[in-house]
Design a protein around this ligand. Structure first.
Ligand code: UDP
Length: 409
């Protein structure tokens, strides 16, 4: 894993924000912190933890990251939970709850928690809170999902665990629900120095495009996502077909799987079937560490699409905006925080709407360029990793002062 030093980030942000980060780090240096999630690669959470853990350590916080173990039935259950928390009709049986409880018990038997603070990410490992009484740690549940309209059966089951934490962190107030513990709001963020986001030379971009037999002389529409129904890859193909009637474009649907998402293969097969008669639709199954490829595809895109039906924060949108790309994305989850309609990109609600806006951007390159530029500045201001580190330092301080609204530093 390439490691960057914190000083390298100063050039991306205002000096006072950098100074504030260092000041806060001084206040919490020496703390120990354990992160736990359910996959080491694939998806936004793994993406962020990979980058943030070494930086915590450099800032003097002893941070460790563990991934829980689970078999296919367990990840089948947690994927159902994930969909249900996003509000999808899902059948949840007693047998499923038992699978969750058994996997939680198996992980508890292998883990011990000696740190000052434990941050558990998402529902998969949420049951680890059962270890709380045996530890001195403050326990934080970090939820990356929009839980504003969950299926009640799943929320009620998970709340038995989630409601026992010292604090809960949501990406935005829109995603949150009533809980007994205090809630904090921290936007996710991207790392501008990660392989996925660093500046690329034209030659590097060309090399990736040649490898995938993509033609840089024609408009390129790109959606990067795990093959997940909620990312609506079939809707993206329909959108492309409408655009294609008027513009000779190509479509790239690129993504890999995640260990904790067993539905991926089935969705990928459906996408391949839908794409098979059109050589201008490129369905790319990416290996886990395809950061350079994703970076190059996003940078080569004429328009980046994120046509999700439901979304967490939508880090792929952040990545595209940072690359100054015009983005056409569904107004779901955290996307409207990032895409301010007609300013940093275009929000859509349907296949037809998406096709219309993509055509607009293809035909108006100057407007597209400006949106991209504003998008990059919006990310600089709000969604870079340095801001997120600052927020977590404040959270660590707040955990030392339970019940206090104002803390004198
Ligand atoms: N990603 C990746 N490989 C893939 C698909 C996605 O590295 O094959 C990355 C993507 O670049 C982004 C993250 O995984 O950083 C996806 O985060 P997002 O919030 O968009 O969606 P999630 O997968 O968490 O639902």
């Amino acid at each position: 894993m390439a490691k960057n030093t914190i000083a390298e980030y100063a050039k991306f942000i205002r000096p006072q924000n950098f100074d504030e980060l260092m000041l806060l780090a001084g206040k919490v240096a020496g703390r120990s912190l354990r992160m736990v999630n359910s996959t080491a690669v694939g998806g936004g959470v793994a993406e962020m933890l990979t980058r943030v853990v070494p930086l915590y350590n450099e800032l003097g916080i002893k941070a460790k990251w563990d991934v829980i173990k689970g078999n296919n039935p367990f990840f089948g259950v947690t994927k159902t939970f994930h969909n249900a928390l996003h509000g999808l009709e899902s059948e949840v049986t007693d047998a499923m709850l038992k699978i969750y409880e058994e996997a939680t018990a198996a992980n508890l038997a292998e883990l011990s928690f000696d740190e000052d603070v434990v941050i558990i990410h998402d529902p998969q490992p949420a049951g680890l809170i059962a270890a709380r009484e045996k530890t001195k740690a403050k326990w934080v549940w970090r939820c990356h999902i929009d839980t504003s309209h969950p299926q009640p059966a799943v929320w009620d089951f998970l709340k038995k665990y989630i409601g026992r934490y010292d604090a809960a962190v949501f990406s935005t107030p829109w995603f949150a629900r009533e809980l007994p513990e205090p809630k904090y709001f921290i936007y996710p963020a991207i790392d501008p120095l990660a392989e996925k986001n660093r500046e690329l030379a034209e030659g590097e971009i060309d090399a990736v495009l040649r490898r995938y037999q993509l033609d840089r002389s024609r408009p390129l529409l790109v959606q990067i996502s795990r093959f997940d129904r909620l990312k609506d890859p079939l809707g993206v193909i329909e959108t492309y077909r409408l655009v294609k009637k008027h513009a000779d474009c190509q479509l790239v649907l690129a993504g890999g799987g995640a260990v904790d998402d067993p539905e991926g293969v089935e969705v990928l097969n459906q996408v391949r079937e839908a794409a098979k008669d059109d050589p201008d639709i490129h369905v790319l199954l990416l290996p886990p560490a395809a950061d350079l490829e994703i970076n190059a595809l996003q940078r080569a895109a004429t328009v980046v699409i994120q046509k999700s039906l439901r979304e967490g924060f939508g880090l792929t949108v952040t990545e595209a905006l940072w690359k100054a790309k015009p983005v056409v994305a569904s107004a779901v989850g955290g996307i409207p925080l990032q895409v301010i309609h007609n300013f940093t990109g275009l929000l859509v609600h349907s296949v037809e709407g998406a096709a219309y806006q993509i055509r607009y951007l293809i035909n108006n390159p100057e407007a597209a360029r400006k949106m991209g530029e504003y998008g990059r500045e919006h990310v600089r201001e709000k969604f870079l990793i340095t801001r997120k580190l600052r927020n977590y330092m404040v959270l660590l301080i707040a955990l030392d002062h339970p019940g206090r609204d104002v803390i004198q530093l």
